[in-house]
Write a protein that binds this ligand. Structure first.
Ligand code: PLP
Length: 446
């Protein structure tokens, strides 16, 4: 399908009618940035209920890794569905779950043998990681990073610190959850220049948090997004992850990579942490792992994942149909899509950096593979966040037939299916260019 092709005013009449029905009966807690109502999709193109075609650079929040309804994934789903839909890997055995654990043993960025725990979502993959870290170490403390997103269940939410309203009204959080500044070089938390970075942002963790707030021998784990997703697609310097690995290793603290958004080929490597030459102790994935079916996976070194029967489980986790979709997804990623993410991602990043030269409001363009963030600022010196302008650009993209999402307060996230072609990437850049050009105020002045 060629996209975009917009035939109606947006939202069209059918979209409007469905949104009205939704408004009456669906939880209002969901964040809907703009009124897109899905009818069907193929590859990186989606069609709404009024027959409008959009280029999809959101992928259902970085989920449709192999594109919408990839025929091989659909065939794997149908094949498994005809055999059985559910048998609960908690109580019984089935091959797709074992095979997927074997696959993770092969691809996980952990040396030696691994074991995997299966759940249904990113939040659950993080809950499992938190519980396992506590169980394996006999310690209670957990550390996350400011700006991070790890999910909405109470354990994951306690480590989440992306936006205060995600926590507002739900306190108190889980005891023993602490936060430290993240390695955001565009907004260095300690006011230094990226050129001379020695990951000084981790001084707070090492010399304040672990000295004044909790003794390191009571910290079970540190959960870190290799590239911060929801917080604004922030890419730290390798020094950040390397120093974090040193600190955690020195204190016997487990390092947990939250690869829910950054993992499964999105950055051009199977796991984003691989870009930083760091080996974590545990890795959590969800989102793109099964191309759109619900699945969470928490993988740890075998010696770490040695909890006894009954200590943790999930009725639906590791559903056989989701496992079949994940096995096919990994096969496709390895065959070509991870490489495509690297190639088309590099091209897209380069083209978006050209927009930075043209539009003063573009303060920073960063990313790896097809995980790219564009941060908008009102002034390149003060870096005042262009919050309303970002929302306006996201909406202007939608009106022009491109789906993108916001990330953080003032960044645009580009997270397309990994099947995106160079031609589609080029179309996306042209639309973003036009959307930026449509801002009523010229934007940043310096
Ligand atoms: C890095 C990260 N971790 C965890 C989660 C939670 O995943 P889920 O929404 O599937 O619970 C998300 C979701 O956006 C995420 O981006």
């Amino acid at each position: 399908m060629d996209a975009p092709i917009i035939k109606t005013a947006l939202p069209g009449p059918n979209a409007k009618a469905l949104i009205e029905r939704d408004r009456r009966v669906v939880s209002p807690s969901y964040t809907r940035d703009y009124p897109f109502v899905m009818a069907r999709g193929a590859g990186a193109v989606v069609e709404d209920v009024d027959g409008n075609l959009f280029l999809d650079c959101a992928a259902g929040i970085a989920v449709n890794s192999t594109g919408h309804s990839h025929p091989d994934v659909v065939a794997a789903i149908i094949d498994q569905s005809q055999k059985f839909l559910h048998m609960s890997g908690t109580d019984f055995y089935y091959e797709p779950q074992v095979r997927l654990a074997e696959e993770f043993n092969a691809v996980a960025p952990l040396s030696g043998d691994t074991r995997s725990f299966f759940s249904n979502s990113g939040a659950e993959a993080i809950e499992a990681a938190i519980k396992l870290a506590r169980y394996a170490t006999g310690r209670y403390g957990m550390v996350g990073f400011l700006g991070s997103f790890h999910g909405r269940t109470m354990g994951a939410l306690s480590l989440t610190s992306s936006k205060a309203f995600q926590r507002r009204g739900f306190g108190p959080m889980q005891a023993g959850a602490f936060h430290a500044p993240y390695g955001n070089c565009y907004r260095c938390p300690v006011g230094l220049k990226p050129e001379s970075c020695q990951a000084e942002c981790l001084d707070f963790l090492e010399h304040q948090l672990l000295v004044h707030l909790i003794s390191p021998d009571e910290v079970a784990g540190v959960v870190v997004e290799p590239i911060q997703g929801e917080g604004g697609y922030v890419v730290p310097k390798p020094q950040f992850h390397q120093r974090l690995r040193d600190i955690t290793r020195n204190h016997g603290i487990l390092l947990i990579a939250d690869e829910v958004q950054s993992g499964m080929g999105r950055t051009g490597r199977m796991f984003a942490i691989e870009h930083f030459d760091v080996e974590p102790d545990m890795v959590a994935v969800a989102k793109g792992v099964a191309s759109g079916l619900p699945l969470g996976v928490t993988t740890a070194r075998a010696a770490v994942m040695s909890w006894p029967p009954g200590s943790h489980a999930s009725t639906f986790g590791g559903n056989p149909v989701s496992c079949a979709a994940a096995l096919k997804t990994i096969e496709l990623l390895k065959a070509s899509l991870m490489q495509n993410a690297a190639d088309v991602g590099a091209y897209l990043l380069g083209r978006l950096k050209e927009l930075q030269l043209k539009h003063p409001i573009v303060g920073d363009v960063r990313g790896k593979g097809l995980m790219i963030g564009i941060e908008l600022v009102r002034d390149r010196v003060t870096k005042e966040r262009a919050v309303t302008e970002r929302d306006a650009v996201v909406d202007a993209c939608f009106q022009r037939g491109l789906l993108v999402l916001g990330a953080g307060k003032n960044a645009i996230r580009i997270s397309p299916p990994l099947v995106l072609t160079k031609a589609q990437a080029s179309t996306a850049v042209e639309i973003i260019d036009a959307a930026l050009g449509s801002l009523p105020v010229a934007g940043a002045v310096r």
